[in-house]
Design a protein. Sequence first.
Lengths: 426, 130
Amino acid sequence: MLYSKNKIALVDCNSFYVSCERLFNPSIIKKPVIVLSSNDGCIISRSTEAKVLDIKMGEPYFKVEKIVKKNDVKVFSSNYSLYGDISRRVMKTLKQFSPQIEIYSIDEAFLDLSSIKDEDLLKHGNKIRKTVLKWTGIPTSIGIATTKTLSKAANYVAKKEKSGIVNLINSKQTDEILSKININDVWGVGRQLTKFYIKNGIKTAYQLKNMHDSWIKKNTNVFGSRTVMELKGIPCTSLEIYQEKRKNCCVSRSFGRKVTKLEELDESITTHCLNAAEKIRSDNQTTKRITVFIRTSPFQKDKNYYANSKDIDLPVRTNDSIELVKQALIALKYIYRKGYKYQKAGIIFSGLNDADVYKKNLFSSINSEEKRKRLMKAIDYTNIKYGRHALSIAQAGLRKKWNIKRQHSSKIDTACFDFLPTAKIA
Amino acid sequence: MKLLLPFHLHKVGAGFPSPATDYVEDDIDLNAHLIKNIPSTFLIRVQGKSMNIIGIHDDDLLVVDRSLNPKNFSTVIANVNEELVVKNFVKEKNQSFLTSGSKKLKDKINLIENPEICIWGVVTYVIHAL
């Protein structure tokens, strides 16, 4: 009986956002469907039927509008609250099959299958796919191999197979499969490295795997070597099972239309600041530094282009919305210039740390701090109970004219009573 | 979506302490009662007419578990004519049918003759406001 030590499965949801939209809308099953990025800018998810129409990933929507009209492609604005809830369900389902799981992105996870016998891997993988599909309605593809990089490669091929699953453990086809994978599709090989490898005649994963160690070491960095080792079947990265708390928190949005006035930028920065503060409070963290940034469209001609950012180091670490908004607006005032058409604004909290470990400042008064903490708790509780932005601070504005475009949203949210999916009685 | 109701075992007061205090006192959890399998359970709102025979009305909430297989007379959500609809699942002589609860024959859909129709999930509870 063969028993490989390291067995890793990469489970990837097929056209995840499209699959989420299809789950509650049977009328778009088997039809070409695309999902747009926030602000309805670019294409970020496509059904197989849309891929056939030569609609490319990441392409701006306006470029494909003709194809969309001609072929009656169904278009959706991204609905992240829905995708987030379905993603949690998929991940919870996967945990039933292996408690050792690394959630790699909203629609991908690495699973440690080392306890499964080699000859049972395919059967087990198929059971995972079947269960995820039945429980959550989301189709997946699975790649199984001895390293993360190889399982990514296996998954890449599995997506194109009807079976939806490829197992490279004890497989004689590994080299054949690797030679079908273009160098730019290898996990960990970015744009720059791709250019470099192609210049040196390395066009496929198979060619990269067979490069000499010394050449790789001489010409790339430690990450480059890792990728090659992992292609050879030597594990270099383990699963990151425990999610580390974030060190930064960024909230930014493009505007639905161009914004010129400081008051409108104030509103948007305040809203982003409140969102970010709520996020770090939910992780029981505080921030040391705020960065505010604004910019016009990068396609503006030189004279009309403007981008700037401002950092503020806080005297005392905090997660207090009121204090953070105050500081953020000071930073914004500092970088705001009249006469530009702004397209994007955002805020970054950095140097995040656990709220419990912060040191008292000489100037901080304990009494008012406790009161503020209670106020923040009350705000978060109210917003969880009555919906986002039920309780806010006045600077955030009420109308939010600048808010993002979501013209094609399905408006379904499986985790909110007001927007539940519906079924008819017929 | 949390729904927790306080569940008191005894009143606080002087005198003989309740013998029940040795037992763990916890809030009653309606979620735990209604949802057996969290990742596969969805809440779906009913739209349109009512299905009086089974006691489902317009605007009710249905607790739907996708992980279950329908049994005879299960209430199910099915994908019929590009729509999600509430139906009754009935088995007769090794054949499965969907009905709308009425006895009219034309409402009976044979699942083997209509392979494009699939069961979306099994309804486990109806939440109806009075």
